[in-house]
Design a protein around this ligand. Sequence first.
Ligand code: SAH
Length: 362
Amino acid sequence: MGEERVNLIGLSREELAAEMARMGEKPFRTRQLWHWIYERGAADFAAMTTLAKELRQRLAERFTLARPTVGSHQTSNDGASKWLLEFADGNEAETVYIPEEDRGALCVSSQVGCTLTCSFCHTGTQRLVRNLSAQEIVGQMMLARDAYREWPSSKEGRMISNVVLMGMGEPLYNYDAVAQAVRIFMDGEGLALSRRRITLSTAGVVPMFPRVGEELGVNLAVSLHAPDDATRDVLVPLNRKYPIAQLMEACRAYPGAKNARRITFEYAMLKGINDKPAQARALARLVEGIPAKFNLIPFNPWPGTAYACSPPAVIRRFAGILNDAGFSAPIRVPRGRDIMAACGQLKSASLRRRKSAQGAPS
Ligand code: SAH
């Protein structure tokens, strides 16, 4: 028999209020519960000491506050951490924590697998795809907060100071659930992450940009990877649907884009493909007029890929050209390589194991 209790994690305030109404509880209960769930991190109704015992019991009969099931949790020797989550239907997704000096980012997945098939990305080779629910997206944050004991939320100097929707999946192909989760992240009476500390990374689902800007106002990261359509068509096939000119237009119009809050253009450095000085100059011309910065990601090779990472000197030269044109272009330091937590490697080892057990190519 399956679990019949409703999990409250990931419900919007309205949905939570509806549950309270169904129980015959007054509207103010919503706020009380919200506080316990997202500000205090209660994983158990018994811990909600401002509620009468009898109410706590009735809540426990109907609801749960269950976190996703963790299949495995690994910590890298550089402090990065990776959780493999197992959902009720047997699907899996990954969450990664990347510590920095005085803060850290949680990299959250929005889908199991991905439909985009970017040619250099490992996730695109995974056949299984489904959207994650708001509950499963928020659950990733709850799990990490539990692990780092970051309750209550209002504490200063958080380890999990930022969240990046940069894990598995294309967040703008799962907009409703992502938006609901982001609103929960931003709620000031709960997890209380400011929109400036949330970054959504997209391969360029252009028609969704206005909504992201107006409804969420989070930072935008765009996976550009090439300055021209011919190259980008191959790397990011979505480019055939929304070519570079349209993408740039959508970026120019992005409401949040001001000088203080620039759009990040992600650029995987692929040897001999997109790393020539002329391409760096073309990039600088391309984004002219957009408050922009670049993030150069040394390509992370995976078994079976035909791509290789550009040599360090080539990457430095590329960065230099962008810098000379007035753009910040840090080279991302790979983190968590020893636990396969790095960009583009988020494909669960257990899936690979299962496939190889079936004799299927990984
Ligand atoms: N669907 C989102 C999130 C993808 S993952 C998007 O497309 O933006 C985050 C970033 O890692 C993207 O820029 C993606 O293109 C990049 N990436 C994927 N595989 C990579 C690899 N093997 N090496 C380097 N970067 C990679």
